[in-house]
Ligand binder design. Structure first.
Ligand code: 5GP
Length: 213
């Protein structure tokens, strides 16, 4: 199933999209980054996947039925959505647009196709591909977290292989090395800081002001 996307007005906030295969460490690293940068907002996605032990509705995801998810698709409520491993996942459009227009930086962590859809809707979005130092570590990490069956892990790894083909469409690669997670969080933080200073984000008026000050 293909996701939908429509052109939208981009506000002054920056949109960071952390993607990459399941098991790369998106959840942990994005949580750590949010702890470091409290003003960074996070968009909670909706999903039809059942909640895992410890996952709270409205925190990890908004857990909804397939009927409800489809109703939201019909009302154009998602900026993008995808079917992943038999379940639907979607980024809520209103929250993203409102947060950026209000001037807050925002982070989302969809799978790779969702990340590319977001880039089409928001060409200014910053796409970060997160990877372990060795692709073979993905399997170990998925096994370690004990949230999926062996069959589900095998399917996630198949999807991961396909996802790797899109790496060149991203703006940055961050390597989440074994036992060096703090380094990956530093790298993510460096990207969020550097992106602020990109010349095209300044706007012609601010540059003119600097030129004539
Ligand atoms: P999980 O079931 O492990 O929580 O998520 C499965 C995959 O769906 C992960 O790669 C995750 O990043 C992705 N995902 C989570 N939320 C969204 C979303 O809103 N849109 C898309 N396209 N993917 C999502």
């Amino acid at each position: 199933m293909s996701g939908n996307c429509h052109a939208v007005v981009v506000g002054p906030g920056l949109l960071f999209v952390v993607s990459g295969p399941s098991g790369a460490g998106k959840d942990t690293l994005v949580d750590a980054l949010r702890n470091r940068i409290p003003r960074l907002r996070y968009s909670v996605s909706a999903t039809t996947r059942p909640a895992r032990a410890g996952e709270r509705d409205g925190e990890a995801y908004f857990f909804v039925s397939r009927e409800e998810f489809e109703r939201r698709i019909a009302t154009n409520a998602f900026l993008e959505y995808r079917e992943y491993n038999g379940y639907l996942y979607g980024t809520p459009r209103d929250f993203v647009e409102r947060t950026l227009t209000d001037g807050y930086d925002l982070i989302v962590k969809p799978e790779v196709n969702g990340a590319l859809s977001i880039k089409s809707a928001f060409p200014d979005a910053v796409l970060i591909f997160l990877l372990p130092d060795k692709f073979s570590h993905l399997r170990g990490r998925l096994l370690e977290r004990r949230t999926e069956t062996i069959e589900e892990i095998a399917r996630r790894l198949e999807i991961a292989h396909v996802e790797m083909n899109h790496i060149r469409s991203f703006d940055y690669i961050v390597i989440n090395e074994q036992r060096r997670q703090a380094q990956a969080v530093d790298d993510l933080e460096a990207i969020t800081r550097a992106e602020r200073f990109r010349i095209h984000r300044w706007g012609d008026d601010s540059i003119k002001e600097l030129e004539h000050s």
